[in-house]
Design a protein around this ligand. Sequence first.
Ligand code: NDP
Ligand code: GDR
Length: 333
Amino acid sequence: MSKTALITGITGQDGSYLAEFLLEKGYEVHGCFRRASTNSFERIEHLLDSIHVHPADLIDQSSLECLVRTVQPQEVYNLAAQSFVGSSWGQPILTGDVTGLGVTRLLEAIRLVDKSIRFYQASSSEMFGKVHEVPQREATPFHPRSPYGVAKAYGHYMTANYRESYDMYACSGILFNHESPRRGLEFVTRKITDGVARIKMGLSKELRLGNLDAKRDWGFAGDYVEAMWLMLQQDAPEDYVVGTGETHSVREFVEIAFGRAGLNWEDHVVIDPQFYRPAEVDLLLSDPARVKTELGWEPKMSFQSLVETMVDSDMERVSKIEGRSLSVVRKSA
Ligand code: NDP
Ligand code: GDR
């Protein structure tokens, strides 16, 4: 009998890779989406014949209970969140409601419907925030530096609390930054690779960025969804740090990305104070020893090929858009 999985946030970057991964494993895959006036299925368009999607919202308790009751999954992956750190200062209450309280709403729905469902929470290295220990491991203290990080820390502790209070199989992956050609355009990696492609195609001249000195442990999103799945296949629920064990500055990412397109970044990058954050997380570097030894997980894509893959993908995408608009101009001329 195939297993049934429910993914919240299936329309996002990680949700789309996780859906592909679980389909490959023979799962029946369900996901939820929130109603909007335009559809947000861009990343899962190619999967819509193979998966089941249901309307539900992390801020609406009854929709979550109805979702869990309808799908009757064995595994729930909670990937839905207001996930952009930068927006969390402008929308701290919404971020707390979705990214924090949303976790409790979903755990409560599971507890009421079927406590035997296994639950994965998308925790974040943003919870470490201000640097207290390098590299960061499962036991490193949290000191979140954004409303997003605070909301994630709340969701993380609630997941542990449901595990301890109700004996539920509930665990959190503390994932460090992971990127891909499907990354949202406001995150720095994708903003850079999209910007490089636009400059290369002559659509733009400059790219405005904030703090180039921030350092992140960047991996490939397609590799990280395997760790989420592995965490739900164990005898007992445990939280794990998941990352590459390497750190690079935003400046290094910029240099490689512009270099891939044969451009000199210093000719195009403009530092713009509007992209600085009220409180910054200066340095993230994981110690993934436990996930490697206990779950046998390894990241496969290197930093260099991650940057190059993202640049190549955006060059192809932007050149297609450019090609289409040129043919419209020619036809109407
Ligand atoms: P995305 O921003 O790409 O996806 C977020 C998903 O959440 C989207 O499907 C979005 O739907 C959905 N969503 C937002 N608000 C609600 C709501 N109120 N109800 C239901 N769904 C909602 O994030 P990623 O895929 O990058 O990340 C997945 C998870 O992992 C997030 O929780 C994120 O915080 C966390 N995380 C991510 C890391 C990373 O580096 N990518 C690292 C560590 C943690 P819609 O399409 O409608 O916007
Ligand atoms: P982050 O990702 O905050 O780490 O959260 P983001 O790519 O937004 O920022 C990374 C670093 O780059 C610096 N930076 C800029 N960031 C953006 N977005 N735009 C800019 O112009 C810019 N210039 C410099 C930032 O200051 C920061 O230091 C991501 C999200 O996926 C979270 O959901 C997840 O939990 C964490 O990663 C781990």
